[in-house]
Write a protein that binds this ligand. Structure first.
Ligand SMILES: Nc1ncnc2c1ncn2[C@@H]1O[C@H](COP(=O)(O)OP(=O)(O)OP(=O)(O)O)[C@@H](O)[C@H]1O
Length: 614
C-alpha cells in the first residue's frame, strides 16, 4: 500500500539509484554507530578508573598504549573515527547525487510517457482530462513525484534496514532495551497507514479542486474579452474567488493533516526512545550495564526512530505525488483509437473514401448521424451542406479519422479506416478547420512543418495560390516574421490563408475543408475559394460550408438534415428536385436580399442625411 508498484515498474531505471541512495544512508548510520561505540567504550574505560598519563608521555604514545576495547587502542579509535567521519561525508554527498538521479530519471520517464501518449491520442486526449488538467498533471503532478522517488522510496527501504542494524548493535549491550526499541518501531508505519487512509480521500479532493481552479482560470483568461463585453467579468471574478477559497480550505486541511500526523509520529518516536532508555537506566541502576554502554543506548535511541519519523514526513509530500500519479495513470490508460497492428495504406495515385451505413453518437445516447452512406471519389470538389447542427463537422471528423463510427464502417481505398496507420492516412489526407492552429514561431516555421524540405520556389508558389504572397512581401521581415501564440498577431483571414498555404505545401492527395472560410473577411474568403477551386483541378477536395453559392460547381453535393443524408447530386439536379437543398438556397437568397435591402435602405438613409447635412 505504501509502495506504488506500477509507478516503480514504469520508472524502473530509478531502481538502481534508489538502491545506491539506501546504501549511502546505511553507510552513514554504520559510521555513526562506530563513533558512538568508541565514545561509550572510552567512558567505560575511564569509569573503570584508568587514567590517561598525558603528563608522563607524549599524546601519540599515550593514545597508542591506552586500550579502550580489547585490541583497540585510543589511537586506532581516533583514526577509525576520523575515517568514519570522512566516509560519512562522502556517503552524504553521494546520497544527494543518487537521490537526485532517481527522481530526475523518474520525472523524465513519466513526462516522456505522457508526451508519447498524447501524441498517440491526438485530439482524443480530452476524453480523459481537460487541457488545463493535463498541463497541471504533467508539470506540477510529475514534479510532486520528486519526493516520492528521491526521498520517500530510499527512506522506506532504509527505514527497514536501520532498525535491524541498530537492534543488532544494541543487542550486544542490552537485549532488553533493544527489544523495547524494536517493539515500538512498527507503531510508526502503523500510524502512517491509518493516516494514509484519510489522506487519500483528502488529497483526491485537493487535486480535483486544484484542476477545477486551473480550468476555470484558463477558461476565464481565454474568454476575458467576451466576459468584459457582456459585463460578466465581475461575476466570474466572484466565482473564481469562491473556487480559490475552497482550494485554500482543502490546502489548509492537507497541511493540518500533515502537521497532526507528524505530531503523532513524534509522540511515538520520543515515547519509544524514552521507553528503551528507561529499560537501560533500570539495568544500569541494577548494575547490569556500564555507564558508557548506557550512553551508547541513549545516543542510539534517537537513531532508532529518526529514519521512520523522516519516512513519515516524506510520506505526506509523496502522497501528493501519488494522488497526482492516479491522474497520470488515468491519462496513460486512456483507450487509444488505434491498435498496434495498424496497416500502412496501399500506395494509390488517388484516394477514395467510403462511408457505409455510418451511425454516430458522441455520448452513446443521442444519435448525431443516422445511417450515412456516400463516397468521396477521387478528383474534384465534393460538398457537404446542411443546417447548423445537422452533423457536417461530425462527418468531416469521421472522414479524417478523428472520430470513429458507433456502427457502420469507413473505408479508404477499400481498407477499413480503423486499421489504417494514422501517419499513413495523414500522408495522403489533410484537414483545414475553421480554427487552424498557427504555432508560435516564424511564418516560415509554420509553413515548413508541412514539408520541412520544401524549396523556396515551392513556398512562394504555395503562398501565391493561397493569395498570401503580397501580404508577406509587405512585411519588413517577410517569411521570418514572428507570429505569436496561436497566430494572435495575424488577422482571422491571414491565419486561414496561412493555414491554406501550409496545406498546399503539404501536397496531399485529398483535403477536407471544414468551414474554413467562416468568420473571416470577404476578401480572404474569396481568395480561399479561388484557391480551393484551383486545388480541385488536381486533388480530391471535400468542403463543408454554409455558403451554398460557393459549392454550386461541386461535382456532387450531399445534403444533411438532422443527421440524415437526405439528398445527393449536382446543384442543378438538386434544384430540380425542389427538396431540402432547393429550400435552403431559397432561404439563403431571401436572407441575402433582405440583408442587401437593409443595406441599400441604410445607404439611402445615409445619402439623405448627408444631403441634409450639406
Ligand atoms: N463534442 C461533442 N459532444 C457532444 N455533442 C456534440 C459534440 N460536437 C457536436 N455535437 C452535437 O452533434 C450535432 C452535430 O454537430 P456538428 O458540429 O457536426 O454540426 P454542424 O452541421 O457541423 O453544425 P455547424 O454548421 O453549426 O458547425 C449537434 O447537435 C451538436 O450539438
Amino acid at each position: 500500500m505504501m509502495i506504488n508498484k506500477r509507478l516503480i515498474s514504469i520508472c524502473k531505471d530509478s531502481k538502481k539509484y534508489i538502491a545506491f541512495t539506501v546504501l549511502c544512508s546505511w553507510i552513514g548510520i554504520v559510521c555513526n554507530i562506530i563513533i558512538i561505540f568508541f565514545i561509550g567504550k572510552l567512558i567505560n574505560t575511564m569509569a573503570a578508573g584508568k587514567r590517561l598519563p598525558f603528563s608522563e608521555q607524549s599524546f601519540w604514545e599515550t593514545a597508542k598504549d591506552f586500550y579502550i576495547m580489547e585490541q583497540i587502542s585510543l589511537l586506532s579509535a581516533i583514526i577509525i573515527t576520523a575515517a568514519a567521519l570522512l566516509v560519512k561525508l562522502v556517503s552524504q554527498h553521494f546520497y544527494g547525487k543518487f537521490s537526485y538521479l532517481s527522481s530526475a530519471n523518474a520525472r523524465v520517464t513519466l513526462r516522456r510517457r505522457i508526451y508519447e501518449k498524447l501524441l498517440r491520442l491526438g485530439g482524443d486526449y480530452q476524453k480523459s482530462e481537460r487541457t488545463s488538467a493535463i498541463v497541471q498533471v504533467s508539470i506540477e503532478g510529475v514534479e510532486q513525484l520528486e519526493v516520492y522517488f528521491g526521498k520517500y522510496l530510499p527512506q522506506f527501504f532504509y527505514a527497514l534496514l536501520a532498525p535491524i542494524t541498530l537492534f543488532m548493535s544494541i543487542m550486544s549491550l542490552s537485549w532488553q532495551a533493544a527489544l523495547v526499541f524494536m517493539l515500538c518501531v512498527p507503531l510508526i508505519p502503523f500510524s502512517i497507514i491509518v493516516i494514509m487512509r484519510i489522506a487519500k480521500r483528502v488529497l483526491k479532493v485537493y487535486w480535483n479542486n486544484y484542476a477545477n481552479l486551473g480550468n476555470t482560470f484558463l477558461e476565464n483568461l481565454q474568454g476575458l474579452t467576451t466576459l468584459k463585453v457582456y459585463g460578466q467579468d465581475g461575476q466570474k471574478h466572484a466565482e473564481m474567488n469562491e473556487e480559490a477559497e475552497s482550494f485554500r480550505k482543502i490546502t489548509m486541511k492537507v497541511l493540518s493533516m500533515q502537521l497532526n500526523s507528524i505530531n503523532v509520529m513524534d509522540l511515538i518516536a520520543f515515547g519509544g526512545a524514552a521507553a528503551g532508555t528507561i529499560v537501560g537506566l533500570y539495568q544500569f541502576s541494577a548494575g547490569h550495564l556500564e555507564a558508557g554502554d548506557l550512553i551508547i543506548i541513549i545516543l542510539l535511541s534517537s537513531e532508532f526512530f529518526i529514519p521512520l519519523r523522516l519516512l513519515g514526513s516524506y510520506f505526506h509530500i509523496a502522497m501528493n505525488g501519488i494522488a497526482a500519479s492516479d491522474r497520470i495513470f488515468a491519462l496513460l490508460d486512456t483507450e487509444e483509437k488505434h491498435q498496434e497492428d495498424a496497416q500502412p495504406l496501399p500506395d494509390h495515385e488517388q484516394l477514395t473514401i467510403q462511408l457505409n451505413n455510418v451511425h454516430f453518437s458522441y455520448d452513446g445516447k443521442r444519435q448525431v448521424l443516422h445511417n450515412i452512406s456516400f463516397e468521396l471519389t477521387p478528383g474534384g470538389l465534393t460538398a457537404v451542406v446542411g443546417e447548423s447542427g445537422s452533423g457536417k463537422s461530425t462527418t468531416a471528423a469521421l472522414l479524417s479519422g478523428q472520430l470513429e463510427p458507433s456502427s457502420g464502417s469507413i473505408t479508404v481505398n477499400g481498407m477499413d479506416l480503423h486499421n489504417v496507420k494514422r501517419e499513413d492516412l495523414y500522408n495522403h489526407l489533410s484537414f483545414v478547420s475553421a480554427h487552424s492552429h498557427i504555432f508560435k514561431g516564424t511564418i516560415l516555421d509554420n509553413l515548413l512543418m508541412a514539408k520541412p524540405e520544401a524549396t523556396m520556389e515551392e513556398i512562394k508558389q504555395a503562398l501565391k495560390t493561397a493569395r498570401l504572397a503580397e501580404f508577406i512581401t509587405q512585411l519588413p521581415q517577410g517569411l521570418e516574421t514572428e507570429v505569436s501564440e496561436n497566430g494572435s498577431s495575424l488577422s482571422g483571414g491571414q491565419k486561414q490563408r496561412l493555414a491554406l498555404a501550409r496545406v498546399i505545401l503539404a501536397n496531399r492527395q485529398a483535403i477536407i475543408f471544414d468551414e474554413a472560410t467562416s468568420n473571416i473577411d470577404v476578401e480572404s474568403e474569396e481568395a480561399i475559394w479561388e484557391a480551393i477551386d484551383e486545388l480541385a483541378k488536381e486533388k480530391t477536395i471535400l468542403v463543408i460550408s454554409h455558403r451554398l453559392a460557393c459549392v454550386k460547381e461541386a461535382k456532387v453535393i450531399h445534403v444533411l438534415q438532422s443527421g440524415h443524408l437526405v439528398e445527393s447530386g449536382t446543384h442543378e439536379m438538386l434544384l430540380r428536385k425542389q427538396g431540402v437543398y432547393a429550400q435552403m438556397i431559397l432561404n439563403q437568397q431571401q436572407l441575402e436580399s433582405i440583408r442587401e435591402g437593409k443595406t441599400s435602405e441604410a445607404a439611402i438613409r445615409n445619402v439623405s442625411y448627408e444631403t441634409a447635412d450639406h
